[in-house]
Design a protein around this ligand. Sequence first.
Ligand SMILES: Cc1cc2nc3c(=O)[nH]c(=O)nc-3n(C[C@H](O)[C@H](O)[C@H](O)COP(=O)(O)O)c2cc1C
Length: 459
Amino acid sequence: MNILILNGSPHGIGGVTAQYTKYLEIKFPKYRFQTIEIAKKINKLERDIDYFNVTLQKIEIADVIIWAFPVYTMWVPSQLKLFIELLFQRNGKKVLEGKIATGISSSANFYDHTAHDYIHGISVDLGLRYVRGFSAEMRDLLYEHGRNNFLGFAKDFFWKVEKDNILEDRTIPAINWIPADLQKISSPKVTDKDGSKRIIIISDASPEDYNLLKMLELFERQVSFIVERIELNNIEIKGGCVGCLRCGNGDACFYKDDYADAFEKVKNADIVIYAGTIKDRYYSARFKKFIDRYFSNGHRHVLKAGLLGHIVSGPLNQLSPMRETLEAHIEVTHCQRLGVVSDEHPDPEVTAKNIKNMVQFLEHWIVSSQWQNSPTFLGVGGSKIFRDLVYANRGVMCADYNFYKKNKLLNFPNKNFFNKLGSRILLIMQHIPAIQKKIKGNMNNNRLKPYRKILKKIN
Ligand SMILES: Cc1cc2nc3c(=O)[nH]c(=O)nc-3n(C[C@H](O)[C@H](O)[C@H](O)COP(=O)(O)O)c2cc1C
């Protein structure tokens, strides 16, 4: 069996992800493994069409495809995203159709499921028969338990391949979408602009992204603050994040390009909007390159913005993993949700109204109490993973660690003295049957005591 690993890690064989695929090679000597470095060679793959075609030939003779990737900013790295776009553009489907594929990732388990869902989705779009992948926590391989689970997954996967029956319980439907034409919407008159607040829009709109441009025009004309756009097509971002971690101690990213200046504007804006057109099942690779470079700010929520939103052209509501990452993006950056507007409603007037609603909410929020939605699981869960990661890796992520310490974000429950003491007392009391009976009988009452107290005080 010929197994082809498409390595989407910018670290190539020097990455954590490659240690997992190496482990497979050691454990399954009867199969022939070959790896193509996708992320490391992305510039050549994009520019050198012969090199790309040789890659396609290698894919053609493979029996099995393994997407190997680290999770980067809730998704796959921009380099792998670009390769996937190239596959769609350059006949990749022809060579992939019918092959069996899976995905193996290494990460901190922060939004790894959205990255896996994406790989599943595009695999189906490319005609592959997909077997649910394996998302390793990056250190799993170091422990016997982790190795056993990974081995179990691999044995199952190869069993499925040999049976030639992927035995999955899930199908992902193809995207079914005909874009509504926003050209019919007339342009509203331009509202007078007030310079007291700064709005920054980061956009990858090309002239052919008519709907996106129209939505931006509707927003910019109606909003009463000055808007500056960062056009990703007009600034130089030399490459995607390569995960070198040189920024871990707070140093600037090693790339010398326009990213730092652009991000400085984003950082200091009062309102930030990401605006992009969906390519395959996510923002474009160009946009993802910008998003991944945020890593140079570590895991610190550095935006001054109170409001953060997304304006998207494309079938966003058919792409729940993407939608989830956009909502999560707002929550983990500790901003208030300005909105996530897309152009997918068949009636263009509805989209225009949604943009207007976004403007109205913005204007209202700015002059009102500027409250913040309390985060859902997306933000709460994400922040806890960050907190643990930063603490565990404080030797490398020193800038993050100092920030977390300063902002009291290392809020581990076992560090809360009163909680610890109260829980300990309750635990001991649970062992005394008479008290246990009393506690149980009074459980709801006890639970509500602090709420009643506070409401009485406020009243
Ligand atoms: C730019 C960047 C973004 C990352 N984003 C995530 C993330 O969203 N979720 C996560 O769990 N890990 C994230 N990580 C951690 C990597 O997924 C993890 O370290 C992985 O094991 C690296 O594999 P590699 O050495 O093969 O590149 C990120 C790392 C980098 C450099």
